[in-house]
Design a binder for this molecule. Structure first.
Ligand SMILES: *Cc1c(COP(=O)(O)O)cnc(C)c1O
Length: 500
């Protein structure tokens, strides 16, 4: 059945999947959502015999209904190939009573690769289908990982350009080095004086600038978004929940129909929303466990029904989750509010104007499958050390937040349902935090010495993504104020002020 996408702020705006991917965000500022969530049309046993790529097709075809079989399979084959360092694409590692779903085997060793290795292909295909002649300009705000994964995905892709803004002092040294060494004539990386929310707010403002959009169109450009609000990011993320479930089934770890709980270290709420969609497609998922760091806006929201971003922004050891406005939460709010665009728009207006909104008791009751908790920096470090000492398995700081919250959940509830923990980054991406969590003595070493040390400790090779940046030259050294983002983009595109 064909699925159309409407805006979370206006039920009347309805577009095809390919149009939603091209637009990224709806014109009214809303996010595109499918008009219904499709059910899996293959049995779990059938899916259990399939490769990652095959499962990806079975899941994505249900959402991207205006893509032909050939188009979609072509995108999948180009995305999930030798860029990943394991044929499984997403291996499951059993450690200390949980399954770690390793989402970090792609080009930039973080989970954003799962979606961003396919998004450029979905976008180019969507452009062709819709007769788009303009060059597509990807504009992205990043708290670290999205930026590099988007750059890696779009670099050198014909018909596209990509501009990435990151908080100059808000990403790890390895993350920054990965971005500013990016190759590709169509790439542009800029540090801003501000935090991630400033970067994201600036990007949203540029997207909403009609005058700029018209000027760009006259000069052969149009914006699209690779941020996690794009439906082309969300849909590929549903795949690995289905895949992990059927792998556990194939390996006899669970029986068909058994429930699993999923634990997700959360920032922008995209990854866990994908798990929610998977559950609503009929995948036997019990609890959706939402793990936050000290920026625990979501924990407070699940507890009280009030979303309130008016609080201090904390820089933590899990920077990719240092977020006070979880954009993708809007899709959940829209759904639990009865899919009423007008009502949802009012809540989002309150968020924009007062920085907070509250939901009704009825809406709160629809959140019963979610459990929220958080881990402090100290607890995160302790979790890394304890797991390593107990099992020899080394996890990164983001994954450790999830692992810690999972322990709290089990202690609170006694729920022994098998759990899949989303492991969202390689420990090599956050080496210093990981190694000093294991032993304070490591703080004296350089980042690259630490990588070598980690490799011998965890008995795994240093990933290619880290080896590459040891010697790579810096290619981007642009910095701007948070008010100068628009001017920066105009400069990169060489836009003229014609028509004024
Ligand atoms: C982006 C990211 C997250 C948060 O994912 P969301 O989909 O934004 O909730 C968690 N961990 C890592 C390593 C990330 O890069």
């Amino acid at each position: 059945m064909e699925i159309l996408y409407n805006s979370t702020r206006n039920n009347g705006i309805r577009v095809k999947a390919s149009e939603a991917i091209l637009k990224g965000l709806s014109e009214d500022g809303g996010l595109f959502v499918p008009d219904h969530i499709p059910m899996l049309d293959k049995g779990l046993k059938d899916l259990a015999g399939m490769t990652y790529q095959e499962v990806a097709y079975e899941v994505m075809k249900l959402y991207l209904t205006d893509f032909t079989e050939e188009e979609l399979k072509d995108c999948i084959v180009k995305a999930y190939d030798g860029k990943f360092d394991t044929e499984a694409i997403v291996p499951l590692v059993s450690a200390d009573g949980a399954y770690y779903m390793e989402l970090f085997h792609g080009a930039t060793i973080a989970f954003k690769d799962m979606a961003l290795s396919i998004l450029p292909h979905l976008m180019i295909t969507a452009a062709k289908k819709n007769g788009v002649k303009n060059e597509i300009v990807i504009l992205t705000a990043t708290s670290g990982d999205t930026g590099k994964a988007a750059l890696a995905g779009f670099a050198g892709v014909k018909g596209t350009r990509i501009v990435v803004f990151y908080p100059k002092n808000g990403v790890s040294p390895v993350q920054e080095k990965q971005m500013i060494t990016q190759k590709g004539e169509n790439t542009y990386v800029v540090g801003i004086h501000g935090n991630f929310d400033d970067a994201q707010t600036g990007v949203k403002r540029i997207f909403a600038d009609r005058e700029l959009a018209e000027r760009m169109d006259r000069q052969g450009f149009q914006f699209s978004s690779a941020n996690s609000i794009n439906i082309g990011r969300l849909v590929p993320q549903i795949v690995y929940y289905v895949y992990s479930y059927v792998r556990l089934l194939a390996e006899g770890k669970i029986a068909e129909g058994d429930k699993i709980n999923v634990v997700v270290p959360t920032g922008n709420f995209g990854n866990i929303l994908a798990a929610f969609y998977a559950k609503n497609m009929g995948l036997p998922v019990g609890k959706l466990i939402c793990a936050s760091n000290d920026n625990k806006v979501l924990y407070d929201f699940f507890r009280t029904g009030i979303y309130d971003k008016n609080r201090e922004f904390v820089l933590t050891s899990s920077p990719s989750m240092d977020i006070l406005i979880s954009s993708n939460l809007e899709r959940l709010i829209y759904r639990i509010g009865g899919e009423d665009g007008r009502k949802n728009a009012e809540l989002m207006a309150a968020l924009a104007e007062e920085g907070k909104y509250g939901i009704t008791e009825e809406m709160q009751a629809r959140l019963e499958d979610f459990y929220g908790n958080y881990a402090s920096g100290e607890e995160t470090a302790e979790t890394i050390r304890e797991l390593y000492e107990k099992t020899g398995y080394v996890i990164d700081t983001h994954t450790a937040v999830a692992s810690c919250v999972y322990r709290k959940y089990k202690e609170e509830t006694g729920d022994g349902t098998p759990a899949v923990i989303a492991s969202t980054a390689s420990p090599f991406k956050f080496t210093r935090s990981v190694m000093t969590a294991i032993d304070g003595k490591y703080d004296a070493m350089s980042d690259f010495e630490l990588a070598d040390e980690l490799a011998s400790l965890a008995r795994v090779p240093v990933p290619a993504a880290i080896e590459e940046i040891r010697t790579a030259p810096v290619r981007h050294d642009h910095v701007c104020g948070k008010e100068e983002m628009k001017k920066t983009v105009e400069g990169f595109l060489g836009l003229k002020n014609i028509g004024h």
